[in-house]
Write a protein that binds this ligand. Structure first.
Ligand code: ATP
Length: 510
């Protein structure tokens, strides 16, 4: 079949677009490339929630889908008429048809319907699935014999539905039109799907749970939101026989704030315990690692506060997925994904010996930094008004515009232009609520510069808990962390370089 140069260019761009990260500027550039003259310029460099415009209402997306439908139907008709598609055109056809399936069946699924369809009860996704499967046959039936690697309809359905879930989880919750905000959304997408969506759909979807994610950033900057978006967006297989998903996506995020609990309680929450394992353990208890399904995530909030003994147990979970209930010698298997967050400087904690190096490296194979509110405002001062509007919308519904204006006026009159917002977006939320109630907000009093973290090994040394060898290792490691040089550390400690190195390594492993 003869395709025009314009059709070829359109299909080539659409093929890349269908596998691209929707939260990057490249995605917008691909929309422009695919649509050519039809593209309607927009004033955003990457997709973000704005004034309630849902993705389906975007004029460029609509144009893309309409054009994709036309070209795909022409190619299909040509093929049915005996006109064999060339291999490059066949590849484009597959991608464009999958795009049409997404647009036809997933884009109309609203947030509320999504939750109903996602239920693992028989038939919950029935109507959506049957319509999808019919269109799948329509597009791929005629060319099926030439597509040995084609994804099964159930797997493609599960993948496209996952994209829809992830899109909502990111787009609806991680707000802001600044570049750091867009970067954050794009990074969350990568943590879910990686940078290679084809590989993800082929095989990685089943392996993502082996990758832990570490979310860093200051307090109130959205670390838990990030973790939630990743945790609630994992792949869930679809059962065509039962016409439902095989797991409950809504129950898949298990957060635990580690800063507020004693070590025994943390262990019991995470690993579970047997009756009698410790005073007060009156019955067996299933921990979160046991309760978490394969498509779920356990979120370890404030991981920088973890006691070293628990770090060792968590390292084992990360390395070979096994753990024991307290008081039970039988090893059990964790099926889900681990996401951790901290606002502490883990590098400094490692240097001080209070955070294990091996645990750190297993934890941060994937790392996301949540930007501070100051980062948003430095990039885009208008972010203030935009974020206030979003927050006001949640706090006051129809009254949002008036409230947002009040907050802006109050901030202009009462806050210095460089007010640092130490509590980040959480503090901004508090400010909006406070203006709603009292027409004023009292920022927290500036605090003295925080004391640097006191290394845990010093406390242990103080309590007489370290051997002489451990003490020397920790001291050498602390010195080395400050100087970055084995030579200097050796000279200062009166040791030879090799001994210092062995001591520093022993501290890291220790
Ligand atoms: N990017 C964002 N978009 C929208 N809301 C945000 C964003 N970042 C933070 N928030 C809001 O700020 C509040 C705090 O967010 P969250 O609990 O995720 O922060 P955190 O970084 O985990 O804080 P902490 O370190 O204190 O636990 C929440 O109410 C959340 O809705």
């Amino acid at each position: 079949m003869n395709l025009s140069a314009a059709d070829r260019a359109f299909l080539a761009a659409l093929s890349r677009l269908a596998y691209s990260n929707p939260f990057t500027p490249e995605r917008i550039a691909l929309e422009a490339e695919a649509l050519g003259d039809l593209y309607q310029p927009q004033d955003q460099f990457a997709w973000s929630r704005r004034g309630g415009a849902a993705a389906g209402e975007r004029v460029n997306v609509k144009q893309l889908a309409e054009r994709a439908e036309q070209v795909v139907e022409r190619l299909r008709a040509a093929h049915a008429g005996g006109d064999r598609l060339a291999p490059d055109v066949l590849g484009w056809y597959v991608d464009a048809a999958a795009y049409c399936l997404y647009y036809r069946h997933m884009v109309p699924v609203s947030d509320t319907r999504l939750a109903k369809v996602a239920r693992p009860t028989q038939g919950a996704a029935g109507a959506l699935w049957r319509d999808f499967a019919r269109d799948y046959d329509h597009f791929f039936g005629p060319v099926g014999s030439r597509l040995p690697d084609m994804l099964s309809p159930a797997h493609l359905f599960a993948c496209l539905f996952q994209i829809r879930r992830a899109f909502f989880a990111i787009y609806d919750h991680l707000l802001g039109e600044s570049r750091p905000a867009a970067q954050l959304r794009a990074n969350v997408w990568l943590s879910i799907f990686t940078h290679d969506m084809r590989r993800y759909r082929r095989s990685l979807y089943a392996r993502m749970r082996d990758l832990a994610t570490l979310v860093t950033g200051p307090t109130g900057a959205g670390k838990e939101l990030v973790a939630r978006a990743i945790g609630l967006s994992q792949y869930i297989a679809f059962s065509p026989e039962r016409e439902c998903f095989t797991g409950d996506g809504a129950q898949a995020f298990l957060p635990l704030n580690l800063s507020a609990m004693s070590p025994t309680l943390i262990e019991s929450e995470l690993f579970g315990h047997c009756r009698g394992a410790f005073t007060g353990a009156t019955a067996d208890r299933v921990g979160w690692f046991e309760a978490c399904p394969g498509h779920g995530a356990v979120f370890l909030d404030e991981v920088g506060e973890l006691d070293e003994q628990i770090q060792v147990k968590l390292l084992r979970v990360l390395q070979d997925r096994t753990f024991n209930r307290l008081g039970d010698p039988r090893p059990r298997v964790f099926e889900g994904r681990i996401i951790a967050a901290t606002n502490r400087d883990l590098a400094a904690q490692m240097a001080h010996g209070s955070f294990r190096t091996d645990f750190y490296y297993r934890l941060c194979s994937d790392r996301i930094e949540a930007p501070s509110l100051r980062d948003h405002l430095a990039d885009r001062p208008e972010s203030f008004g935009e974020l206030v509007r979003h927050i006001a919308q949640r706090a006051a519904g129809d009254e949002a515009d008036g409230l947002a204006d009040e907050v802006q006026a109050w901030a202009d009159a009462n806050l210095p232009p460089d007010y640092p917002w130490p509590g980040n977006i959480r503090e901004l939320e508090q400010c909006v609520r406070s203006v709603l109630i009292r027409k004023a907000y009292a920022p927290p009093a500036p605090r003295a510069a925080p004391e640097p973290d006191r290394p845990a090994w010093l406390d242990r040394a103080h309590r007489g808990e370290l051997t002489a060898a451990q003490l020397l290792s920790q001291y050498a490691a602390a010195h080395y962390a400050r100087t970055g040089s084995y030579e200097q550390t050796a000279a200062a400690l009166g040791l030879d370089r090799r001994t210092v190195r062995a001591k520093v390594e022993a501290a890291g492993a220790g």
